[in-house]
Ligand binder design. Structure first.
Ligand code: NAG
Length: 260
């Protein structure tokens, strides 16, 4: 059983059925005009949603929302420039606090179906760009104190997993959240280099790198409709686009070649 939303453009509907396949493939046009394919997977058991796509420059972006721990992990796998002496790829992870209401729940996500797969999706809402100042490093091997998904997702970013003081403060104040002492044992302050990588002289100097990425389309809320008897019911989703800009320490400018 489902009901169409009042807006004819909304082609995603919530089916009130038990889900079998919890993966959605979404075609989105980025601002450069390229079409990207996003894969969105919900895991109700884990209470997570994972969104993944490859940018046109080859960078692979994975965003995992751990609703239970109120953690958002953004992983970027950037392909190296071999002719400039870089290894084949480098991986960074940015771990931040997330408000549960910025996304629809994993349960609602797992029930989303597309009426017309292949359609090019356009988000309804453009969110303001969020600037993340990643001032702390996370010890990945002990990161389960923050979220048990960090260790598996960020295994290749053991020296490049970052968080912020403000996120740590949010997690320790969560009801049933992690113990402050245990959490402070997992993070340490990152060095604060004087220059940005853009300005840094020489490939070997430490600097503050910037990485910007946009999530072109994601379900950011539920829509409610009113039945004839006045009761309200879930009848669709609200969709958003949001850009993120992360600033973080790198020990050598050559780990930040895109920010020139
Ligand atoms: C969901 O998470 C559980 C627990 O981690 C895992 O066993 C299961 O394989 C996951 N399901 C999918 C579809 O990935």
């Amino acid at each position: 059983m489902f009901t169409n939303d009042s807006t004819p453009l909304l082609q995603l509907v919530l089916f009130l059925v038990v889900s079998v396949n919890t993966q959605l493939l979404i075609n989105v046009k980025n601002q450069g005009g390229d079409v990207l394919q996003e894969t969105i997977t919900a895991n109700v058991t884990d209470d997570t949603v994972t969104l993944e796509f490859q940018r046109s420059d080859g960078t692979l972006i994975t965003q995992l929302i751990d609703f239970r721990a109120e953690v958002q992990i953004l992983k970027a796998l950037v392909l190296g420039e071999e002719e400039r002496g870089q290894s084949q790829y480098q991986v960074m992870c940015f771990v931040c606090h997330v408000n549960k209401d910025e996304f629809i729940s994993s349960d609602a996500m797992s029930k989303l179906r597309q009426k017309n797969p292949g359609t090019l999706r356009t988000p309804e809402i453009e969110k303001e760009k969020e600037l993340y100042d990643m001032n702390m490093l996370v010890e990945v091997s002990r990161s389960a104190a923050i979220s048990r998904h960090i260790a598996s997702l960020c295994a290749e970013a053991s020296d490049a997993t970052y968080t912020r003081t403000v996120d740590v403060e949010s997690w320790v104040t969560l009801p049933g959240g992690p113990d402050r002492r245990r959490l402070l044992d997992v993070v340490r302050e990152a060095p604060n280099p004087a220059s940005t990588c853009r300005e840094a002289k020489g490939m070997w100097s430490p600097c503050t790198c910037r990485l910007e990425t946009c999530i072109g389309w994601y379900p950011c809320g539920l829509k409610y409709c009113r039945a004839k008897d006045g009761a309200s019911y879930r009848c669709g989703i609200r969709t958003c686009r949001k850009c993120h800009r992360y600033s973080y320490y790198v020990r050598q400018k050559q780990l930040c070649l895109w920010d020139e």
